[in-house]
Design a protein around this ligand. Structure first.
Ligand code: G3H
Length: 261
């Protein structure tokens, strides 16, 4: 078990900015890295290949794509396929982020199709789920999230290389509210009970900061963090990786020191 700690840059960074970030990561990895932690970065599609190149061939850092279509090729203007992002250097695909569900019509059905396409090509699928503020207020958070995961993993066998990211919509972004540990645990405990045999990691995302990362990593069921704003600056990301490395090495938690690629 490793702690997966990564960042999606969303629609940010030129290629030059992405390379500058990746170069600092490469240097930090060469200086000792992060035992027990699996770092990953998810650039815009335009920067995947330059980030992969800047990290170097032996980098422990996984590079991901923020989206990929379920078809391998065809007349899908504006989309990118799993083989295309793999060709650019991605080994992970983020699927079903709430911004894509809200603004780009992602549904449980398309998420499932994308998960299966990603796994078919041997990439890791990072499936994002989470409830809205309205659903939580109505008391339906746990059921909503469990149902999203069930749909995403329909016809997906155990051990397929799926990571889950619990990202409550009300906690994400500039207008997000930082969750309490109990609010996170209510969901991650349920996901852990139901899906620990299927998913190889359960990440939390939404208003993660260097101030709350340690507590979140100690929350029941949580084995990683998926970070936006606090990790868009490389110093912030490196700080979060150091916190995760400390947590991974604390007594009572046993993590591998060699991470899978
Ligand atoms: O992909 C990351 C999540 O949407 C979290 O974003 P945030 O850390 O800026 O709230």
């Amino acid at each position: 078990m490793v702690l997966w700690v990564g960042t999606s840059w969303k629609m940010n960074k030129t290629r030059a900015e992405a390379v500058s970030f990746a170069t600092r990561l490469r240097d930090a990895a060469a200086a000792g890295g992060w035992p027990g932690v699996q770092p990953f970065v998810v650039p815009s599609a335009t920067a995947i290949s330059v980030v992969r190149d800047a990290l170097g061939p032996d980098s422990p850092v996984v590079v991901g794509a923020q989206n990929a279509h379920w078809e391998d090729a065809g007349a899908w203007t504006g989309e990118v396929s799993v083989p295309q992002v793999a060709d650019a250097g991605a080994t992970l695909v983020e699927i079903g982020h709430s911004e894509r569900r809200e603004h780009f019509g992602e549904t449980d059905r398309t998420v499932n199709r994308k998960v299966r396409a990603t796994l078919r090509h041997g990439l890791t699928a990072l499936v994002c789920v989470g409830e809205s503020a309205e659903v939580r207020t109505a008391g339906g958070a746990r059921q909503h999230v469990l149902s999203q995961v069930a749909a995403a993993l329909d016809r997906v066998p155990a051990g397929s290389g799926v990571l889950l990211a619990y990202e409550p919509v009300w906690a994400i972004g500039d207008r997000g509210r930082e969750p309490t540990v109990d609010e996170v645990a209510e969901i991650t405990e349920a996901l852990d009970a139901e899906y620990s045999g299927v998913a190889s990691g359960l990440l939390y995302g939404g208003s993660v900061t260097t101030a709350n990362a340690r507590d979140l990593l100690h929350t029941r069921g949580v084995t990683g963090l998926f970070v936006g704003r606090s990790a868009w600056n490389v110093d912030g990301y490196l700080h979060l990786l150091r916190i995760a490395t400390d947590v991974a090495q604390e007594a009572g938690r046993v993590f591998a020191t060699k991470v899978p690629r």
